[in-house]
Design a protein around this ligand. Structure first.
Ligand code: ARG
Length: 465
């Protein structure tokens, strides 16, 4: 049997293998709601412009509503022979309302149709991701407020560098996720032009009203060039690029959680709800969710790479290659939503071991910079000289196997005679973090203030979202 949608010039139907490689319904059925919404907007416009009759439009719209109910109720039968969501819907419409169904595709092609559906889908996904990210930021900001003064080691090269507060560390991620939200919002702004009415590639001779359909579907305006409208997949690429960066942020935090949960660090205990056991070793509490977040970043990066490669050699306008845009994008956006939710759960449930953070915060002569700064501010050395003297004091402390604040004053004075007992004021971890009051610094009072302002701002975002 030839294809009933486009088989006019064919004498036989496609081979089984052709059908298998050609059909996208197994994955693009996810576009059903967008497809039906776009068809209803198109149909209303066709009636408004007098291209089809008002009664026909009403019949078509009612049929489309029935199809929506059938799909949502699980009673719709998808057919691979009908290739994709667009033709599955149209074929069912004909069963429901008869030959008038054939009018729906007037002044429209599957090329502008699929671009429209996919844009609407990606737009919805961006909106959902924004809400997820906002919830994650809220969990982090609350932890930050709670732990504004909880000291922990700050690292460079994963070597203990300077003490910081755990709250400050949490707020670093709040900033990162805010930039991710900004990238998604930018992508959404550029995405929001309607391809509908571009036809197959060249526009149409029917007197359509593209502004009307754009408005009905919540687009800011119709896309200006019909060739571009049907062949643009920037919106998916940009969204996947934003998703990739967000996934990297999540993966970095996940990696830190894995480290922090180890006995060697012992900084964090995840709640039972976000921990798994071992089938063999009864003592184990594994941070599987963090590991999976770290790993799932891979598929998001792969989806971006995959779509870039699909698009790179395509002449204008539509090529069937572009059907390969959806599956990996759906998968990547699903994965990202899940990763964010799992991270939010982990953060909210995490118990912070302040004692072991404090212990590590003082290890590795982490206040050596404070000593050097004191030598500059209170003893009048240049920073270079102070750095050198501090290096010698650190070496002596290592030799004596003592932390800096336990070094006898005489020993310090034998290395630099201008040192006085006041130096001990800056050598403790708590004093060190307290002194970092510069803008963006880790001082508890900064952290508390920033955490509170984030909490307020995020509450506003989540209310308006
Ligand atoms: N299923 C197709 C896709 O996802 C719809 C567009 C098909 N257009 C065409 N000219 N064959 O890209």
């Amino acid at each position: 049997m030839t294809n009933k949608m486009w088989g006019g010039r064919f004498s036989t139907g496609p081979s089984e293998i052709m059908e298998e490689i050609n059909a996208s319904i197994d994955f693009d059925k996810r576009l059903y709601a967008q497809d039906i919404a776009a068809s209803k907007a198109h149909c209303a416009m066709l009636a408004e412009t007098g291209i089809i009759g008002a009664q026909d439009a009403k019949t078509l719209a009612q049929g489309l509503d029935v199809i929506l109910t059938e799909i949502e109720g699980g009673t719709f039968t998808f057919s691979r022979a009908l290739e994709d969501i667009h033709m599955n819907v149209e074929a069912r419409l004909e069963e429901l309302v008869g030959p008038v169904a054939g009018k729906l595709h007037t002044a429209r092609s599957r090329n502008d149709q699929v671009a429209t559906d996919f844009k609407l889908y990606v737009r919805d996904a961006i909106d959902a991701l924004d809400e997820h990210l906002c919830a994650l930021q809220q969990a982090l900001a609350h932890k930050a407020e709670e732990h504004a003064a909880t000291v922990m080691p700050g690292y460079t090269h994963l070597q203990s560098a300077q003490p910081i507060t755990f709250g400050h560390h949490c707020l670093a991620y709040v900033e990162m996720f805010q930039r991710d939200r900004g990238r998604f919002a930018d992508a959404r702004t550029r995405l929001n032009e309607s391809p509908l009415g571009a036809g197959a590639l060249a526009g149409t001779s029917f007197p359509i009203d593209r502004k009307q359909t754009a408005k009905a579907l919540g687009f800011d305006r119709p896309a200006a060039n019909s060739l571009d409208a049907v062949s643009d997949r920037d919106f998916a690429l940009e969204t996947l690029a934003a998703a990739s960066i967000a996934a990297i942020h999540l993966s970095r935090l996940a990696e830190e959680i894995v480290l922090w949960c180890s006995a060697e660090f012992g900084f964090v205990a995840l709640g039972d709800g976000f921990t798994t056991g071992s089938s063999m070793m009864p003592q184990k509490r594994n941070p599987d969710a963090a590991e999976l977040i770290r790993a799932k970043a891979g598929r998001i990066l792969a989806a971006l790479q995959g779509l870039l490669v699909v698009m790179k050699g395509l002449p204008l306008a539509y090529s069937k290659d572009m059907q390969e845009d959806k599956e990996a994008t759906f998968g990547a956006l699903d994965a990202l939503a899940l990763m964010i939710s799992a991270m939010t759960g982990m953060i909210a449930s995490a118990e912070i071991n302040e004692k072991s953070m404090r212990k590590s915060a003082g290890a590795g002569h982490s206040t050596a910079t404070d000593l050097a700064d004191w030598l500059v501010q209170s003893a009048g050395l240049t920073f270079r000289d102070a750095h050198h003297v501090t290096g010698r004091i650190v070496a002596a402390a290592d030799e004596a196997n003592l932390p800096l604040w336990r070094m006898p004053l005489e020993t310090l004075q034998s290395l630099e005679k201008r040192i006085t007992a006041d130096v001990f004021d800056v050598l403790s971890v708590a004093k060190s973090v307290k002194s970092r009051t510069s803008l963006g610094g880790t001082a508890p009072k900064n952290v508390r203030k920033n955490a509170r302002s984030w909490i307020k701002r995020l509450e506003r975002d989540s209310r308006s979202g």
